[in-house]
Design a protein around this ligand. Structure first.
Ligand code: ADE
Length: 232
């Protein structure tokens, strides 16, 4: 997958892509990452990328010209262009999975109070929010989305690691334990040492349900409803 990030702050991403799994994905040519600093497309003397909104209001917004020029330069018309914004649709694991099937993704890491609507109308295919809170920059939201997407590309991590993690089949993950068996008086549940794989699976499924019910009642209800409709 070819990933292009339009950003005024490429540094934010470089640390992430130089570590562990992301850097291995690049080495294995499963992903490539390119940064496009759109400030260089701002042609005025001060390379200004922001301006006041028409109609008044607090803060500054991204101007259309540098972004239009940057996006035209990479022929972004008719490509999948993602704009992380708190006013977008909710970014979910299902969306990450859908986007992981694309050959090319372009992200616009916004800044300031937003960007000129004409950029969205002309280029953006997906306006996505990572949650109901406002971040100070689009870079962190872009990084969150890329992290959730690239790890689902075949070959990046072992398929077994994806099988039972949170959100797969609509439930959260079961509790995990490693050595030592006993630590500060707390023991690992004996069932996990029993070697009885069917029983372990049953225990894990029960724990997934309990955890989902306690932490995410919305997902729990959806799961229960889907089970009922499967049974008819
Ligand atoms: N930019 C600022 N806040 C955001 C959010 N919650 N999701 C996506 N992009 C954002």
């Amino acid at each position: 997958m070819k990933i292009t990030i339009l950003t005024l702050f490429p540094k934010v991403f470089k640390g992430f892509f130089s570590t562990s799994i992301p850097s291995r994905a690049i080495d294995k040519k499963l992903i490539s990452v390119k940064y496009l600093d759109f400030r260089k497309f701002a042609e005025d003397k001060h390379h200004k990328c922001d301006d006041e909104p028409y109609g008044g209001g607090a803060g500054l917004i991204l101007k259309p010209e540098p972004l239009f020029k940057a996006l035209h330069s990479i022929k972004a018309e008719n490509k999948r262009v993602i704009y992380p914004t708190p006013s977008g649709k909710l970014f979910t694991e299902d969306k990450a999975y859908e986007l992981s099937k694309e050959n090319e993704l372009i992200f616009i890491a916004g800044h300031y109070e937003g960007m000129d609507q004409r950029v969205i109308d002309t280029f953006v295919t997906d306006e996505l929010s990572i949650g109901d809170y406002v971040l100070s920059s689009g870079e962190t939201a872009t990084l969150v989305m890329i992290d959730a997407i690239y790890r689902l590309i075949e070959g990046v991590i072992t398929p077994e690691s994806l099988d039972e993690e949170s959100f797969v089949n609509g439930l959260l993950e079961y509790p995990l334990y490693t050595r030592p068996y006993e630590y500060e008086g707390q023991k690992v549940p004996d069932i996990l040492l029993s070697g009885d794989h069917a029983k372990i699976k049953e225990w894990r499924n029960t724990k997934r349900l309990e955890k989902t019910r306690a932490n995410r009642i919305d997902l729990y209800r959806k799961f229960k409803k889907s089970k009922l409709s499967v049974k008819g």
